[in-house]
Design a protein around this ligand. Structure first.
Ligand code: GUN
Length: 282
């Protein structure tokens, strides 16, 4: 059996087209574009590329980006002051602080100053809490993208056995909650799980977000499963996932490639979040 490839680039393109149409309609109604403020502190190379990609995606889809590039010497107080200004700015509908921040700045303290209504990343405690309670919220972008990828297969999430490997605040935990909201039976595995293969082998939906190249191999996967690979591991300049594509694609029913699976969805869902925030503030 050879798995069907879930084409994240294609799905992301169709979400971006929807976003663009909504953003154009917003511009017509309000006489201004939806706005995203992007804050980058310091000169981390990878962060610079991520921010550039986010800004380009905004520009291509009728969303105004406001770029704030601050030196690594910026203090926590200065950063918080900027966030307060952006909270009050009516032309800014979403705020994104690129992570990681320099080590002298406390990430959680800084993020907690962003208005929950403008939390483009869905990282704030208020939004994470609302997700847990099943209330309307701005949710983390990668988990939202994962759900879209799973839905694109046409397979039912309702009643499925879903296993999420990895329990980070920005991927594992919110993905588990979104799967639960979609009525899956969810198991979370992590570094203290004694033998995750006991769980992964029974998963109809397997989401892997660990950061270890090739962790999941074919014999760990149920025949016909949907396998979502969130891994982004660099080896010799090449991007590889947490899933051993060669062996797993012989067993799974559906699989996301790396690159071209989850990655493109994160930016598409970020744009969707910004539009959602803008419409709620309109
Ligand atoms: N750093 C790595 N991924 C992300 C992300 O999705 N959002 C932000 N703000 N920073 C990141």
């Amino acid at each position: 059996m050879s798995a069907q490839i879930i084409d994240g680039r294609k799905i992301a393109a169709s979400i971006k087209a929807e976003v663009k149409a909504e953003a154009e309609a917003y511009l017509k109604r309000n006489g201004r574009k939806i706005g995203l403020a992007v804050i980058l502190v310091g000169d981390d190379f990878a962060s610079g590329i991520y921010v550039r990609n986010k800004i380009n995606a905004c520009n291509e889809n009728c969303i105004q980006s406001f770029s704030h590039r601050l030196p690594a010497s910026t203090t926590e107080e200065e950063l918080i002051e900027l966030i307060h200004k952006l909270n009050e700015d009516n032309t800014v509908d979403g705020i994104l602080v690129q992570l990681p921040l320099p080590s002298h700045i406390r990430q959680n303290v800084v993020l907690s100053h962003i208005s929950a209504k403008k939390d483009a990343d869905g990282f704030l405690a208020e939004n994470a809490g609302n997700l847990m309670l099943g209330n309307p919220s701005l949710n983390a972008c990668t988990p939202c993208g994962i759900i879209e990828l799973i839905k694109s297969t046409g397979c039912k999430i309702d009643g499925a056995n879903a296993v999420v490997i990895g329990r980070s605040n920005i991927v594992g935990k919110p993905t588990s909650l979104l799967l639960l909201e979609n009525h899956a039976t969810v198991t979370m595995c992590h570094s203290h799980t004694s033998n995750f293969v006991n769980f992964s082998r029974h998963a109809d939906i397997l989401v892997v977000a660990v950061g270890k190249k090739g962790l999941i191999t074919g014999e760990m996967v149920k025949k016909g499963a949907i396998v979502i690979d969130v891994g982004m591991n660099r080896e010799d300049g090449k991007l590889c996932g947490d899933v051993d594509y060669e062996s797993v694609s012989q067993v799974a029913g559906y699989i996301t490639p790396v690159p071209g699976g989850v990655g493109p969805m994160t930016i598409a869902m970020l744009l969707k979040n910004i539009v959602k925030a803008a419409l709620a503030l309109e």
